[in-house]
Ligand binder design. Sequence first.
Ligand code: TYM
Length: 333
Amino acid sequence: MGKKIFSGVQPTGNLHLGNYLGAIKNFVELNNDDNNDCIFCVVDLHAITINQDPKKLRNNIRETVATFIASGIDPKKSIIFNQSRVSAHSEAAWILSCVARMGWLNRMTQFKEKAGKDKEKASIGLYSYPVLMAADILLYDSTHVPVGDDQKQHLELCRDIAQRFNNDFKVEDFFNIPEPLIQKQFSRIMSLKDGQKKMSKSDLSDLSRINLTDDKDQIINKIKKAKTDPMPMPATIDELDKRAEAKNLIGIYSSLTNLTLEKSLKKFSGKNFSEFKENLSQVLVDKIIPISLEIKKLLSESNYLDQILLEGCKKADHIASKKIKKIHEIMGF
Ligand code: TYM
């Protein structure tokens, strides 16, 4: 049986290499397999858990769709839509927030990181954000959820919520318990400036990430300036594990070229970083520039992008509203 795939990406601008290698590249592979039913959601309701400028948000929603398509997702095969247009997401999130427990949410490390020191000032939405994520996934009876490593804990919470709902209301199998699809390697791309920190759109330094809209000179410059260590390139995985920056850069190279870490190491061991960086820049330019050009082209065709969303929303709404109707019956509404 084919898989029912669901995943989401926030339209917060600056989609980067981490989003691409950790998630979007897999979306494309799953989309290409005709056995799968794929839904890719632009999670605009998640984006507003922190302040957003409405004008920028509107553009960022289109840019996220453009990025999906430019990366190779076929809107004829997969449903692409934005979350806010399908009201079942907000509704299910409320109902599931009455199933989820405070203790479960208190464990979420992403909230702790994002809220920072002053938790009192964080929005309630930022705190309950993983419940909305569970609603997204469960409304479509999703079987598999492709994400980067940072979303693992949220998926575990989603599974707990689904199980608890099924138990509490004695509706065994009503919500499918979804499996995470997290790559074994390269599921956590780190900052180019600090091998201990995740590559992220919220990092103040643009030099910390490769954006999917960067041009050739920006990519070359960022790789040139990427942090390394003074030793020559490592030879073994053991050595690599002790050198965070080298590990990240070789991981990026391996993921882009579909080589194993071992094979990449063999190619570059003992060489200088400068030689490796030239090779890395080249594979990045070859991969990212066509995507970057296509995103820019698609952004000038906003009607086309809006049409894709409109059609995707109709299809998503058709599925989600049936599920929410059943949820109402179960709840006694
Ligand atoms: P978001 O928008 O932060 O990120 C989108 C996807 O990119 C992955 N990612 C990374 N992977 C590897 N290395 C990195 N440095 C890196 N940074 C980001 C994320 O893991 C994610 O897969 N909560 C989600 C969006 C969401 C969702 C969902 C996902 C909402 N509802 C339902 C799956 C299913 C988020 O904020 O992703």
